[in-house]
Every structure is written in structure tokens, then in C-alpha cells.
Ligand binder design. Structure first.
Ligand SMILES: [Zn+2]
Length: 655
């Protein structure tokens, strides 16, 4: 807790140019400064810093705000931690209120767990350096492993005394509650006894992105066949092991800067890399890599290089998880180390430039790596070979980017000695199967989220220019399917209340989507057709093909009959959904949601460009409030755009 006077002082002292300049190189332009935005990729600078107003703003991605906002955004910190960061930069002493046990009890559960973890971290670190047992057992161990004191201190390593409950008793004496000691897993309590989970172990704190300690890993030092060599904190409200990467807090800036992340296996691998000066490194520590961990890395870079020790079994085991990584659209490379080396020993055997040199010369693209390893095992047995080909095709099929995929197909065709078009066919088959599974799964989820879509719809109903119709292709494609397949079954949903299965028809789905998001056409004929659909959709024998073909308005009926025979629109739908599909009506469950999403995406893109134009027309420094408001809308729209693009990308069957 920081008192208001200190907050004011920090806000008054922090200078936007000085704060930003620590991360972005700025050039003076008139009264303002200009640089390349650190929050989005750009080649021409649109990131502006105004020393007069003490704010930054980016006209590319819309981010903007005070020095505190900049630090929160750039360093991924909470408001309070950003204030602390600035206080440190400007040597402002923070008057934090001393916390009594009563204060702690008042805070919410999560905060209490974090506070207890922080206390434990300090206790363990203090024990390591200042307690006799800590020094002779714990510190001696780290030093023997070759870790320098600055690295030990940076990672806040520590030692938990060997007696059964020394730490727990100390924590209780200091007013920390058993409830939270148990909640973090630091203490284990049974009816008549209490134990320290990490008794007799050196401990490695796990930091979250903001640098707060959320869990610990402990390594035993005595030889005890009954005890696990490594032990981690159990899952808790603050620690979800599948979402955490060891070392991410100390690596994030280096990962952003180098646009690359090294992934190693253990804590000590991370420490050794840092010690040799390479900081863009994290460890998945024990668990096999999860999708959440990949997404965490992806916030900073799409380039991941996995460094394995030379042991073959380890490599094969890790191959399994990686298809999931490819699915996230990241570039995976692999560096196998020489036999008998692990990242830890290897990093310590050479200088950082030698290590980087080795990595860059030995890193292999993952698909190539997998192909090589698997091929070596087949020994020309045709059955195993077929299985290997299938396995590799599976890895290629999950890659979202078309170009990358075709590069791999070309390459693997050579390595596997299989015709390229055969691989293409196999990839397509698998992709179609994946899409099918996914669409069915996503459908249920999507219908539940209709409420969230409504909020976006309010935004979407803002601006659309009259005159030309920029959504024409998407609208016509959608209208064609709506008229032709109005009464066809689309998919089955389970009613949330009655738990009964219900079939959703094509017409019902399209019209409800259009209505929920308030997507109105600027073309009066299309508008009229949709309105009449809404009016008649619940009539028992409503047949739109007949209804519109006999329509009194000649514009309506010529558009509808035109649509039904329009080869161009038909080919647009088909091109997007795979030419090998025999009948359109068999893949409606894929085509229809996709057409809806494309239509929505087009609308969102339009709105973004409209607002961008508006921002451009605002006289720059006079109407900052208006600009900020418009940027806020853009940020929100971009989020919607990104979600839609992601969905569409994942679903693409062919290019
Ligand atoms: Zn930007």
C-alpha cells in the first residue's frame, strides 16, 4: 500500500520522455518526440510523446497514457508495481504502511497468498546467506554448482532449514496465518503435526510476469531414496503450473529485444544461461509444454528455440507436445546438444558468444528435426515409414500459415522421398478432419457467448458510410446460402436449461447472428430482403426461394434469382472452403459460421478505418480527449478483429 502523498509525488516527478526513452529511441519533432512504437510492429514511427502534456500516444495501435500507463503496459506491471518502478527510477522513498496480521486478514485470499509467498522468499533467502545451516548446506551447494552470488541474489534463491517445521513456526510467530501457509503449500498440516514442505531443500522462487513470487521449487540435498529430488508447490489460487514458465520475469525484456526465446528444461539451466549473459531464456520446469505457456511466450516473440540435452529418449518424449506449439503459429527451432551435455553444463563450459554461436549454427527447424529423427528409426521398413509420413503430415497440417505449410511440404517431400501432391492431399484430409471436430466443439461455446457479442454489436452499429457497399461479396455469399439452405439443419445444440438437444437451422442461425450484432446492409435491396426474412422466418411453410422469386419488387426478385445462379459468388464460397468437397449442403456447418465471421470481420475492419480517418482529421494537439476516446474504441474493435481473424485462420481448409 502506497499513501496518496507518495503517489502524487511519483506522478509529479516522473517525466514521460525520460521514462519512455529507457525503452524507445526518440527523435524530436517540433514540440513533441517521435519513435517506433514498442507495442506494435511498425516501420515508420507513429509513436508520439508529448512532454508538454506528459503523455504518450501511438497513432498506429491506439495505446496511450501517462508515464505510469506506459510502464504498466510495457513492463506488464500492476498499477502499484508500476508506481514502485518509477519510485525506484527517481529515488523516491515509498512510505508503505506497516502491515499487521489484522491487515493481512482483511486482504483478499489471493493477496494473502502472495504476501505469505513473499515472506517465505525473504525468509529462505535470508537463511541461505545469514544462517549457519543455510550457508554450510544451501549456499555451499549453489557455489559448488558454480553459481555466482549475483545470480543467486537475482533469482532470490534460498534455503529452508532441515528441521521439520522451523519455517512454519517462524511464519506463525510473525503473524502469518496457518490458513495461508497451507494455502500456498509452504506448510503441510495434519491433525497433530505440522511440517515445512521444503524442509532441508534449496528453493527456487517462481515469479509471475510482474515479479511477484507465486510458488517455489525445492531440490533436496541429502541422499534420501524415499524423497523426490525436485518438489514443487502444489496448485493454488495464485499458482497454476500449466500457465507458468520459470524465469519469465527475468527474461521478458530480453525476449522482446532479441525477438527470440530459448526454452530449456530446468531451473539451473535458466540460471546458467543468465550467468553466461544470455537472458532470453525460460524453463517449462518439469511439466511438458502447454498451450498456455506458449501463449505466454507469444506475448513477447513468436520465435522459440528449444534446447535439449543430447539424450534420445528425452527428445522423443518432447516431440509429442510440439504439434500443439505449431498450432499456435509460433516458429519452433530445436538445438540438440552433444551427447552427455545438458543446457546447464553446456552453458557453463563456454562464453556467451560461443554459446550463441553454437546455437545459431546448430538450430534446426522443428519439422526437419522431427523428420530426421523419425526417419532414422524406420530402417526402410515400409510399414513404419508410412506411419512416420503420417505423423509428420499431422505436424504440418496444424501449422496455421499457408506459406509456411507449403515450404514444409516441399522440403519433406524431398526428405521423405514422397511426391509433393500426395503430401498436399494428406495434409488437406487431416485439416478438414481437424476443422470438423473444432467447428462442432466451438459451436456450443459460441452460442453461449452470444451475450458477449451483443456488447460488441453496440459498437458495430456506429459508423458505416452510405453509397458504395464494401461488404458486397460477403453479403451476397451469405444471402445466397441463406436463401438456398434456409430450412437445412446446421448443427445440434444442447439447451442450457432443459438439457435437451435442439437442431439449429441455417436460417435461424444466420438471422440471429445478423440481428444480435446489428449488421445492417447499406444496400437497400439487401436490407429489404433481410427485413422480410425476419418478418416471415417463423412461418411454417416459408420457402424463401419461392417467396423472393415471386416478389412484387423487381429489384428484390432479380437480385435473388441472380444470386442463385451467380457462378462468381458460388466460386468464392467454394474457393474458401476446399475444392475437394463434393456437396455444398454437406459442409454447411463449416461454411455458414465462416461466412458469418467473414461478414463480421469486414464490418469491423470498415469501422476501424472510418475511425482512423476521423482521428486523422482531428487537429492533433487540441482535442486529445476526443483522440483518446476514438483510440479506445479502436482498441476494442481491434480486439474483436483479432478474435475473428484468429477463428477464420484456424478454420481455413485450403488457401
Ligand atoms: Zn503502436
Amino acid at each position: 500500500m502506497i499513501d496518496q502523498a507518495t503517489i502524487d509525488r511519483i506522478m509529479d516527478t516522473a517525466d514521460i520522455v525520460e521514462v519512455v526513452e529507457d525503452f524507445v529511441s526518440l527523435k524530436k519533432r517540433g514540440v513533441n518526440y517521435l519513435g517506433l512504437c514498442p507495442f506494435h510492429n511498425e516501420k515508420t514511427p507513429s509513436f508520439t510523446v508529448s512532454p508538454g502534456k506528459q503523455i504518450f500516444k501511438c497513432f498506429g495501435c491506439g495505446k496511450g497514457g501517462s508515464p505510469v500507463n506506459f510502464i504498466m503496459e510495457h513492463e506488464h506491471l500492476s498499477f502499484v508495481d508500476a508506481l514502485k518502478y518509477l519510485a525506484k527510477k527517481y529515488h523516491i522513498e515509498i512510505q508503505e504502511k506497516d502491515e499487521t496480521p489484522e491487515d493481512i486478514a482483511q486482504r483478499n485470499q489471493r493477496e494473502s497468498l502472495l504476501i505469505v509467498s513473499n515472506y517465505a522468499k525473504d525468509y529462505f533467502a535470508n537463511t541461505l546467506f545469514n544462517d549457519n545451516e543455510g550457508r554450510t548446506v544451501g549456499l555451499a551447494y549453489f557455489r559448488e554448482r558454480g553459481f555466482r552470488d549475483d545470480i543467486i541474489k537475482k533469482f532470490e534463491l534460498g534455503f529452508n532449514p532441515g528441521n521439520k517445521d522451523t519455517f512454519t513456526q517462524a511464519a506463525l510467530r510473525n503473524g502469518y496465518k496457518m490458513e495461508f501457509l497451507e494455502g500456498t503449500g509452504l506448510s503441510i498440516k495434519r491433525d497433530d503435526w505440522v511440517r515445512d514442505r521444503f524442509a532441508g531443500r534449496v528453493v527456487f522462487p517462481f515469479h509471475n510476469l510482474a515479479g511477484r513470487v507465486i510458488a517455489f521449487g525445492g531440490r533436496i540435498l541429502k541422499t534420501d531414496p524415499k524423497a523426490a529430488k525436485y518438489l514443487n508447490s502444489p496448485e493454488s489460487e495464485i499458482y497454476h503450473k500449466s500457465k507458468v514458465l520459470y524465469g519469465i520475469y527475468f527474461a521478458k525484456n530480453a525476449i522482446s529485444r532479441s525477438d527470440k526465446c530459448y526454452l530449456v528444461e530446468g531451473y539451473t539451466d535458466v540460471l546458467s544461461f543468465h550467468q553466461s549473459g544470455i537472458e532470453n531464456v525460460v524453463a517449462s520446469s518439469g511439466t511438458s509444454l502447454t498451450a498456455d505457456q506458449i501463449r505466454l511466450i507469444k506475448r513477447f516473440t513468436p520465435n522459440i528455440t528449444i534446447i535439449y540435452d543430447g539424450d534420445k529418449a528425452g527428445i522423443k518424449a518432447s516431440l509429442r507436445g510440439i504439434d500443439m506449439v505449431l498450432e499456435e503459429g509460433v516458429n519452433v527451432k530445436v538445438v540438440p546438444l552433444p551427447d552427455g551435455e545438458d543446457p546447464d553444463s553446456f552453458a557453463r563450459s563456454m562464453s556467451s558468444s560461443e554459446l550463441l554461436e553454437y546455437i545459431s549454427q546448430n538450430e534446426i527447424d522443428f519439422i526437419r528435426f522431427k523428420t530426421q529423427i523419425l526417419l532414422n528409426e524406420t530402417e526402410n521398413d515400409p510399414v513404419t515409414r508410412a506411419r512416420v509420413i503420417n505423423d509428420i503430415v499431422r505436424s504440418i497440417a496444424v501449422i496455421p500459415d499457408n506459406i509456411t505449410r507449403s515450404v514444409y511440404i516441399k522440403e519433406c517431400s524431398k526428405m521423405l522421398d514422397v511426391a509433393e501432391n500426395l503430401l498436399y492431399t494428406e495434409v488437406r484430409k487431416i485439416k478438414f478432419k481437424l476443422t470438423e471436430d473444432q467447428v462442432v466443439k466451438e459451436k456450443r461455446e459460441e452460442l453461449r457467448q452470444a451475450a458477449r457479442d451483443k456488447e460488441n454489436a453496440q459498437l458495430e452499429s456506429t459508423v458505416i458510410k452510405p453509397g458504395i457497399n464494401p461488404c458486397e461479396i460477403e453479403e451476397k455469399a451469405l444471402l445466397r446460402v441463406l436463401i438456398r439452405y434456409f430450412g437445412n439443419d446446421l448443427f445440434t445444440v444442447v439447451d442450457e436449461k432443459s438439457h435437451e438437444e435442439r437442431i439449429v437451422k441455417v436460417g435461424e442461425y444466420i438471422l440471429s447472428e445478423i440481428e444480435a450484432d446489428n449488421l445492417n446492409s447499406v444496400n437497400p435491396v439487401v436490407y429489404k430482403i433481410i427485413e422480410e426474412f425476419k418478418e416471415h422466418q417463423f412461418e411454417e411453410f416459408f420457402d424463401p426461394q419461392r417467396y423472393f422469386a415471386q416478389h412484387a419488387d423487381s429489384e428484390v426478385n432479380s437480385m435473388v434469382s441472380g444470386l442463385l445462379v451467380d457462378k462468381h459468388i458460388e466460386s468464392v464460397i467454394w474457393r474458401k472452403n476446399g475444392a475437394y468437397v463434393e456437396d455444398e449442403d454437406e459442409v454447411l456447418f463449416t461454411i455458414v459460421p465462416r461466412l458469418i465471421e467473414e461478414y463480421k470481420l469486414r464490418h469491423v475492419k470498415l469501422m476501424i478505418s472510418e475511425i482512423m480517418k476521423k482521428i486523422g482529421s482531428v487537429k492533433s494537439s487540441d482535442n486529445l480527449d476526443e483522440i483518446f476516446e476514438l483510440q479506445r474504441i479502436i482498441t476494442k474493435l481491434k480486439k474483436v478483429e483479432k478474435e475473428l481473424s484468429k477463428k477464420l485462420g484456424k478454420r481455413a481448409i485450403t488457401s
